[in-house]
Design a protein around this ligand. Structure first.
Ligand SMILES: *Cc1c(COP(=O)(O)O)cnc(C)c1O
Length: 229
């Protein structure tokens, strides 16, 4: 994709996000450019277009691309993460968005503590109960948060959700609003050691709705880069 098209796509996404968020009474969410499957040469121009944060979902792919990205971006790990792969990315990511089980939290905590770091993480929630996509059921979020709160190697900073594939906008809107309600409820509870600052939801197909329903971060790939081959 040429840079002009990339720039136009970005402008469109940003304007849409701003309008949608304002219509819901929220601030525009932070845009995480999802760069999975795209080579470093295709990603680097984004640095000159104001993109500071990118999302990758595969450990090996991220490792392969990192040197060529020249430290120009903060990297978010947004995909399913195997416990035995945490060690390969822990020093390179600014936020692990996809923590959905205690075993994974423990491994991040263990490695981060060994590196004298505190790694920001989000707890991934499955709003529609689709365990194959990862994510804990909404009713199990508190229990996981309580286990994670004392872990000194990580800092829970909020929630992340992946929505089901559906054309049913009313259903999607209920799920987005449910996530926002869960997020705000937890923020009010102010559990010790837990921060509720980020609500990461919305992808290319549904970021408008997500912004209107109070996402603080959206993860957008194909609406910026075009469809993946
Ligand atoms: C791929 C991916 C995205 C972005 O998907 P697009 O539809 O290309 O915007 C967002 N979140 C996660 C977890 C992903 O794996």
């Amino acid at each position: 994709m040429n840079e002009e098209t990339l720039r136009q796509n970005l402008t469109h996404v940003r304007e849409t996000l701003a309008t949608a968020a304002a219509s819901g009474g929220y601030a525009a969410p932070k845009l995480i450019a999802v760069t999975k499957t795209h080579p470093a040469e295709a990603i680097l121009p984004l640095a000159g277009m104001g993109i500071t944060d990118i999302g990758e979902n595969r450990v090996q792919e991220l490792r392969d691309k990192l040197p060529a990205l020249e430290g120009k971006f903060r990297v978010h790990l947004i995909g399913r993460l195997q416990t035995n792969k945490v060690k390969y990315i822990i020093d390179d990511v600014c936020l692990i968005q996809s923590v959905d089980r205690l075993e994974l939290a423990r491994e991040i905590n263990r490695l981060a503590a060994a590196h004298e770091r505190r790694v920001p993480v989000l707890v991934q929630v499955s709003p529609a109960g689709e365990p194959q996509k990862g994510g804990v059921a909404p009713e199990d979020v508190r229990a996981l948060l309580r286990e994670m709160a004392p872990m000194e190697g990580l800092q829970v900073s909020g929630l992340m959700a992946v929505m089901p594939m559906t054309d049913d906008a009313a259903y999607l809107e209920r799920l987005f609003r449910g996530m926002r309600a869960l997020f705000e409820g937890l923020r009010q509870e102010a559990l010790d050691g837990i921060r509720m600052e980020e609500l990461s939801m919305g992808m290319s197909g549904d970021y408008t709705l997500a912004a209107r329903c109070g996402a603080t971060m959206v993860r957008v790939g194909s609406a910026i880069f075009g469809p993946r081959g």
